[in-house]
Every structure is written in structure tokens, then in C-alpha cells.
Design a protein around this ligand. Structure first.
Ligand code: NAP
Length: 307
């Protein structure tokens, strides 16, 4: 590169990325992973409340970013059952308005969706690929599917990325909950559901996968999850073994642990399109969990014990 071109390239501003849901697990990791290449403008629910979809659209038009990542959602699956309107506003209507605004300003919208769009009645160990029919069984799943459909119908440039069973260092997740419970009462037996199977996914790995997808120029619907599958019981046991904390987990059935929302028994996702497009960065779930614990064991213990 000639000296003059080099100076110009160095001075050219980074493309603007509007990150919605920046305070969540995935949002936190996206900020770190995308910051070297993009000027990331972060929005938490305090900055931008998606229960007001029109305001979300107005914020997009005002910023006019090149890329929008919507990592925000009403993710409390059980609460959604009794908060149907709120779930629809945040998970369906806000993405619709974001997509319409993205179209106006020519931005790419990256919309994050879920394994819970599937009914989950497939025989194990079969999983679901991007071309399989959807049939959600919960308010959360239906609202997220409605969001997907609105984005796809909007005519904007989009990536819809379905993920599952997320954990990360920032925010709340199943692993931290299990750690808190067993540390509080190390001798007690803990029942953990052993007949729901899915794909544990590290939010940091997913953020890296999102960056590579964005940079690839590919568009459309993708699954992006940790490779392989396990039950909640298997995931919790492996995590607590890696953490080297005493635990007495006992497998139980979904029927023995009733929750307000119905969950798919098998929500295993297959990373088919990422593989077909030679873009797969996702790693086997146990390998990522081992790396996560090796990086964050002390931090996790400190966080959970001070809570
Ligand atoms: N967690 C999972 O196991 C899982 C599984 C499959 C798919 N997904 C999808 O993956 C994405 C990221 O999930 P995550 O686990 O990172 O979520 P998370 O940690 O629960 O974070 C969700 C974010 O959404 C924001 N939010 C909630 N209500 C909002 C509102 N009214 N206005 C604006 N922001 C609002 C929250 O902001 P505040 O913190 O400021 O309230 C939070 O930062 C979501 O689309 C989710 O549906 C997650």
C-alpha cells in the first residue's frame, strides 16, 4: 500500500454498529469482539426501551448505523407466559420496527433468535436445521418467531441467527444459578432436568461467529450453537466437576419439575448452513465450557459468593 493510501486507510472512520441489549450476556461479548473493527454505540434498556418500538426505530434513524445487532429480548421464558403483551412488544414488534428502520438507512440487521421456535418432539439424537418447520410451544418461542418473520418480511438486509442455552461471564444464566445453589448448600441433593436436550453455547464464541458472518457478506437465517448436545443434568454435572465444587445432583424428569412455560424436549440445533458455507467457528460445547472455566473460575466463585 502506498504511503498516502496507508494514511487515508488509517484515518477512515470505523463503520458504526448499533448494539442493542449491550448489558446482556451476548451484548457484553459482542461489544468486546466487534470493537476493534467497528465504532460500537451501545444501548441498554435504560438507553432504549424496546417496549416502545417506535422509539427504537427513531433511534436507528437518528444514528443511521451500518450495522445493528439486536441482542436484546424478553428472555425470561416463564415470565413471558404471563407477560404476553410485553413479550410481543420486545421480541416481535421492536424487531419489526428495527428492520423497517434498517431498510430506510440501508443497515444490516443482525437479529438473534432461539431454539425454542421448534416443537422439540424429534427422536434423539436428531436435531433441527435451518430448513426444518417451526412450531413454538411457548409465548417466548412464538414471540421470537414473530420477530424472525417480521425481519425476514421487511425487505431489509438481515442475518437471523438462532442460538440456544447461552452462558457467558456477564449476566445471569443456568450455570451461575447451579453454582450458587450448590455453594449455598453443598450437602443437599439438587434435582436437575435430564430429559430436555439442547446445545450449550458460550456467548463469546457466538459473538466471534457473528463477526465472521457479518464479515463474510452472507445473509439470511443461520443456526449458531455449541457443537454436540446434552441434557441440563449433563451440562450442570460437567460444569460443577470442572469448577471442582462439591455437588450432589440428581437427574429428574420435566414432569417432576413443572414450570409455567412448556419447553421443547429436544431443541438440538444443527449448524448446517455455517458448515455448508465453510464459516463454522462454533466449538464442541464441552471444550468451550472447559475453556470458560479455566478463564473465569475465580471470578465466578467470587461473583456467586458475594451475591
Ligand atoms: N439466554 C439463552 O439461553 C438464550 C437461548 C436462545 C436464544 N437466546 C437469545 O439470544 C439473545 C441474547 O440473549 P442473552 O442471554 O444475552 O440475554 P440476556 O442476558 O437476558 O440479556 C437480554 C438483554 O435484553 C435487554 N432487554 C430486556 N428488555 C428490554 C427492553 N424492554 N428494552 C431494551 N432492552 C431490553 C436486557 O437489558 P437490561 O439488562 O438493561 O434489562 C438485557 O441486556 C436474545 O435474543 C435471546 O432471545 C438466548
Amino acid at each position: 500500500m502506498a504511503q498516502e493510501e496507508f494514511v487515508r486507510a488509517e484515518q477512515s472512520p470505523k463503520p458504526c454498529l448499533m448494539l442493542i441489549g449491550a448489558g446482556g450476556q451476548l451484548g457484553y461479548d459482542c461489544k468486546e469482539i466487534f470493537s476493534p473493527a467497528f465504532a460500537v454505540k451501545s444501548f441498554t434498556s435504560a438507553d432504549l426501551d424496546l417496549t416502545h418500538p417506535e422509539a427504537a426505530a427513531a433511534a436507528v434513524l437518528k444514528l443511521s448505523p451500518q450495522i445493528i445487532i439486536n441482542a436484546a429480548a424478553h428472555t425470561k421464558v416463564d415470565a413471558c407466559e404471563s407477560e404476553v403483551e410485553r413479550a410481543r412488544l420486545i421480541n416481535a414488534q421492536a424487531p419489526q420496527r428495527l428492520a423497517e428502520a434498517a431498510k430506510v438507512c440501508g443497515a444490516l440487521l443482525v437479529q438473534i433468535s432461539t431454539d425454542y421456535v421448534f416443537v422439540g418432539d424429534r427422536a434423539l439424537p436428531q436435531g433441527y436445521s435451518e430448513s426444518d418447520p417451526v412450531a413454538p410451544v411457548s409465548v417466548y418461542g412464538r414471540s421470537k418467531l414473530e420477530g424472525e418473520e417480521a425481519v425476514a418480511a421487511s425487505g431489509c438486509d438481515y442475518l437471523i441467527v438462532r442460538t440456544a442455552w447461552l452462558y457467558g461471564i456477564n449476566g445471569h444464566n443456568f450455570l451461575k444459578t447451579m453454582l450458587r445453589l450448590v455453594l449455598a448448600e453443598p450437602q443437599s441433593e439438587r434435582k436437575v432436568v435430564a430429559d430436555q436436550f439442547g446445545c450449550l453455547t458460550w456467548s463469546r464464541r457466538l459473538a466471534q461467529q457473528l463477526l465472521s458472518l457479518v464479515e463474510s457478506g452472507k445473509r439470511g437465517l443461520y443456526h449458531a450453537v455449541g457443537e454436540g448436545s446434552a441434557s441440563w443434568f449433563q451440562v450442570a454435572s460437567h460444569f460443577l466437576d470442572l469448577m471442582e465444587v462439591e455437588h450432589h445432583l440428581v437427574p429428574c424428569t420435566t414432569a417432576a419439575y413443572p414450570t409455567p412455560a412448556r419447553r421443547p424436549a429436544n431443541s438440538i440445533l444443527l449448524n448446517h448452513k455455517l458448515k455448508d458455507d465453510n464459516l463454522l467457528l462454533m466449538r464442541p460445547w464441552a471444550e468451550d465450557l472447559e475453556l470458560f472455566v479455566s478463564l473465569y473460575r475465580d471470578q465466578l466463585l467470587k461473583e456467586v459468593m458475594s451475591a
